[in-house]
Write a protein that binds this ligand. Structure first.
Ligand code: ZN
Length: 383
């Protein structure tokens, strides 16, 4: 079967103007200017053609989300504060087609087998799903007995994470411990043909990114082996993150937030992006992830936990909408943060761009309503 998406305004993520997209075998067969006459192709009786006239719509690469808590996160306030797992239905509506799952604080009652099972569930629904081995803590929990064998033997495992640093919930790693686990992840990734990224959860601790920077200074491990997230958590961490990308690193901002967190000093993804733009920083080294189904704790004036909200899978799309509608940021400028940038950093070849030979992961946006109108994942219409 061939799928035609005709007369669509294409952001590949670069702005390409009006185009026809031709999908076949799960891939993008070709991208044609909308002036191309398709009547010969449409006249072919022997081929099953799914024809979709997308006039007035915008096509973007399916979003790539480098952090979701498939198995649910939270639990820091006891068993009554556990966040439920991420549901496929919710994921399908989010505009995201590639998900990377991780455990969080709780690696006792939540397990990597649960995360892997969710990957498989998402794949059956037509989405792309990967995961990190390990958790917040060291020694890292694994599926097969070691980080190396997880990376080598389990296709879904693409790195280690989210390893917590600069956080009271972290394992309080030494530079040597972080260097050792990073080199193991790096070498196993090389053997498996994967990036073997070390995805790091940054807390609001004093140390900020210094532990990673020390490893980079004191060893031969390159800075791009690390992928730190929650960099928009505080003003000072964001400033440290900006210094860090000047040195060649990559950083991730968390799209899920709450008014309470913003009041406590978190900077929204869009605001953080605007600051980076103003400072002329390399925007290709910035990504956004949803932190879906993580717990977003709320504290009262005395600092006591008073409630929890959950990260949302659709926060990538709402960030896009906020950027374009409220801040007049061009789609072309911000889209790489949730498509081509995370795909490149994670080593997910054939994802994050709409071009011939790449995976047919496409999100169709209705710009009148600013809603996700349709989603193709691996060439299959899943929404
Ligand atoms: Zn985290």
């Amino acid at each position: 079967m061939i799928t035609l998406i005709r007369n669509v305004e294409l952001f590949s993520p670069a702005s390409e103007g009006l185009c026809h997209l031709v999908l076949s075998g799960g891939l993008i067969e070709t991208v044609l200017p909308a002036t191309t006459d398709l009547s010969d192709l449409l006249g072919l009786k022997a081929i099953d053609i799914e024809d979709f006239d997308a006039r007035g719509m915008i096509a973007t690469p399916g979003f790539v989300d480098s952090l979701v808590h498939f198995a649910g996160g939270g639990g820091e306030g006891g068993f009554g504060t556990r966040i439920p797992e991420l549901l496929v239905d919710e994921a399908l509506r989010s505009g995201t087609t590639t998900f990377v799952g991780a455990l969080g604080t709780d690696s006792v009652t939540r397990t990597l087998s649960n995360v892997l099972a969710k990957c498989r569930e998402f794949q059956i629904a037509g989405l792309s799903a990967y995961m990190y081995t390990g958790s917040y803590h060291l020694p890292a929990p694994t599926l097969t007995g070691s980080v190396s064998t997880d990376l080598l033997y389990i296709p879904e495992v693409i790195g280690l994470g989210e390893l917590a640093i600069a956080d009271h919930r972290a394992s309080q790693l030494s530079t040597a411990e972080l260097a050792r686990i990073a080199s193991q992840t790096r070498v196993s990734g090389m053997l498996a043909g994967k990036r073997g990224i070390v995805f790091c959860h940054l807390g609001d601790g004093e140390g900020k990114l210094s532990l990673i920077e020390q490893v980079v200074e004191q060893t031969d491990i390159p800075i791009h082996q690390f992928y730190p997230t929650h960099i928009n958590r505080t003003q000072t961490l964001m400033e440290a993150g900006f210094e860090y990308i000047r040195k060649g690193g990559v950083i991730d901002f968390t799209a899920s937030t709450t008014p309470e967190l913003l009041q406590q000093g978190e900077i929204s993804c869009v605001q953080a992006f605007i600051r980076a733009q103003e400072k002329n920083l390399p925007l290709s080294q910035i990504t956004f992830s949803s932190d879906a189904n993580a717990s977003l704790p709320e504290f009262d004036a005395e600092g006591d936990l008073v409630g929890l909200k959950a990260g949302r899978a659709d926060s990538l799309f709402s960030t896009l909408r906020e950027a374009v509608l409220e801040h007049k940021i061009s789609l072309e400028a911000i889209l790489p943060c949730i498509t081509s940038n995370p795909a490149r950093i994670l080593g997910l070849n054939r994802k994050g761009h709409i071009k011939a030979g790449w995976d047919a992961d496409i999100t169709l946006i209705d710009p009148k309503e600013w809603q996700v109108a349709a989603v193709w994942s691996g060439g299959k219409k899943v929404l």
